[in-house]
Design a protein around this ligand. Structure first.
Ligand code: ATP
Length: 572
């Protein structure tokens, strides 16, 4: 790590013991100074043995990065006095320990987000919330929708719980405060009654307005806590010496248009009938050439970012194919797990021993769940297909070539699966089932097959593999595999596994938040366009912030590919 320079403002921040807000652009050094302050608090000021400094963040990936920085900044002895966690994991501990205060159930079960997407499909916002409340109160099943408000309810109900938490966590750092939603904000207010709150914020990295983030939140914080403000402005310690942050800041006011940047390239690509996405390969080749020259030990990382989940899958499919002109390019997709998670449950269902009819009903229901829960937005076709499948299960006659094609494929998979002979090795048997789906040609099933490639639950050493193997050994078949998979999915949700990025990664712009790569390539096209068609002023503002977050993830170079015919309006 480069030597950390402590300016006067930073020195003052280190000794300030009141509520604080630290502002600054991407890579300004908000996280770093917080960890230096935490080290000072533990090492010099001193805290009780059982006390911990809490560092809360939204995403697991950010937690991973903070953990890595903490290891290099804090004295190893002091690491045990710092807890770096996601909001979800922290809230879950509170809910598990104190849920008795608000519901009768002894054990609370979690509904994983993919199952929730399928289960609450088609419900209005209000009905969905009511259903979440009902599920929690009547059945003890908790969905992430009401995670924050459940935590608030517990904290509001019991002053003692608040006091206890503040005793354990006298200082709480709240990372990415600008994205705090209206449900999370009361938790911070309640904990801040007795704990010192230090918020880290960049108002222009606010990319979760659709989830309830609001420009007012920073003002709310200032009004409520009356913190001292430390502002690092446009300081750039991540890609120092480059004009990447300058580009990001220009983007906010539109002054990037017509300006040239050394480390931000804009590539307009034309229509290439043979390979419409070839521009992405060219951008990657150039980027890889630079990186391999710079780091022959292959320690480089390149991220390919795009707006939608489906966009990431199209890019991955394209890079995986070898064409007449280009070889395939090896890469990893960091995907929001809804589609693959639903497919994991679907495959698990096919592995369980059932009668033909039970297998068919379970399989079709899981296909419906996948149709409903896979995408950012469910299309009319998805809705029609899931209705047709429900009617099929209820005995209605299926009419139409395309529909019959799907039913035919489903029946073939059901028959083939029933005839499979399992080995008892879960990984191998999983692939055996997956291969049956791979033979299908209807789009609904090829989508399922595509998602199945991103399932990471059965990686070597993963607990799920061992559970399934044990299960098979004891029963001679895979009983209750779906439940084991659901548990595995929730463990994934809370796992803090940090990763060292090496190679090429594809993900959405949202998912790139808080991460760092040597180079970033942003792909804008008609299907996955950064600015939506017919945008409102607030859509444009969100698109600006999003593009700025993506572009400033790079340490060395950012390349933005946009179509010649419909270039991104934020660039031209
Ligand atoms: N005062 C400093 N002097 C030198 N380097 C620094 C300083 N502060 C931070 N850095 C380096 O700059 C990089 C970015 O810092 P950091 O992650 O703390 O920024 P951030 O403001 O939290 O960024 P973001 O908002 O994008 O998450 C890190 O590699 C860090 O080591």
């Amino acid at each position: 790590m480069a030597e950390i320079v402590l300016c006067d403002q930073r020195k003052k921040l280190l000794t300030d013991d009141g509520h604080i807000i630290v502002k600054g652009g991407p890579g300004a050094g908000k996280t770093t100074i917080s960890l230096i302050k935490a080290e000072r608090t533990i090492g010099e000021v001193g805290i009780e043995k059982n006390q911990r400094i809490l560092f809360l963040s939204f995403a697991r990936s950010t937690v991973g990065r903070v953990v890595e920085s903490a290891k290099s900044i804090l004295n190893p002895e002091h690491l045990k006095n710092i807890e770096i966690n996601t909001y979800h994991a922290f809230a879950w501990t509170i809910i598990q320990t104190f849920s008795k205060l608000i519901v009768k159930h002894k054990i609370i079960r979690l509904l994983n987000p993919a199952d929730a997407a399928a289960r609450f499909f088609g419900l209005s916002k209000e009905n969905r919330r009511n259903e979440c409340k009902r599920l929690f109160e009547e059945e003890g099943i908790l969905s992430f929708d009401i995670f924050a408000e459940t935590t608030t309810e517990i904290l509001e109900r019991a002053k003692k719980v608040r006091a206890m938490l503040s005793d354990v966590y006298p200082i709480i750092y709240v990372d990415e405060f600008q994205d705090t939603d209206p449900m999370e904000w009361p938790i911070i207010q309640l904990l801040g009654e007795r704990s010192t709150i230090i918020a880290l914020a960049d108002p222009y990295q606010r990319i979760y307005d659709f989830r309830g983030a609001n420009p007012k939140r920073i003002l709310d914080f200032e009004k409520h806590f009356k913190p001292t403000t430390y502002d690092f402005g446009d300081e750039n310690n991540r890609s120092n010496g480059t004009d990447i942050v300058q580009f990001g800041n220009d983007l906010l006011i539109g002054s990037n248009k017509g300006k040239k940047y050394k480390q931000v390239q804009i590539k307009r690509y034309g229509y290439d009938a043979g390979e419409p996405m070839s521009a992405i390969k060219y951008a990657l080749f150039e980027s890889m050439k630079r990186q391999i020259k710079d780091k022959p030990d292959n320690s480089w990382s390149i991220a390919v970012l795009t707006k939608t989940k489906l966009g990431t899958l199209s890019i991955s499919n394209y890079l995986s194919k070898t064409s007449a002109r280009h070889k395939s390019i090896s890469h990893e997709v960091l995907i929001d797990p809804a589609g693959p998670a639903l497919v994991a449950v679907l495959i698990a269902g096919l592995m369980e021993r059932k009668s033909k009819n039970e297998l068919r009903v379970d399989f079709v229901n899981n296909i419906i769940a996948h149709l409903r829960g896979r995408k950012d937005r469910v299309t009319k076709v998805d809705i029609e297909r899931s209705e047709m499948l429900t009617n099929y299960l209820n005995g209605s006659k299926v009419i139409g070539k395309n529909r019959l094609h799907l039913i035919n494929d489903i029946e073939k998979i059901v028959d083939a699966t029933l005839n499979l002979i399992f080995s008892g090795i879960p990984q191998a048997d999983w692939l055996l089932v997956r291969d049956q789906i791979g033979k299908a040609t209807h789009e609904v099933l090829t989508d399922i097959f595509t998602d199945s490639k991103y399932i990471k639950l059965l990686n070597r050493g993963a607990l799920l593999g061992e559970t399934l193997a044990e299960n098979y050994k004891q029963n001679g078949h895979y009983g209750n595999t779906k439940e084991a998979v659901r548990t595995g999915l929730l463990q994934e949700h809370f796992s803090m596994a940090n990763r060292d990025y090496k190679g090429i990664y594809i993900m959405t712009l949202h998912k790139s938040k808080g991460k760092e790569f040597d180079e970033v390539i942003i792909w804008d096209d008609r299907q996955s366009s950064i600015v939506r068609f017919n945008p409102t002023p607030s859509d444009i503002e969100q698109a600006r912030y999003l593009l700025r977050v993506g572009a400033t993830r790079a340490r060395q170079m950012t390349t933005i590919c946009t179509p010649n015919a419909t270039p991104c309006p934020l660039l031209f």
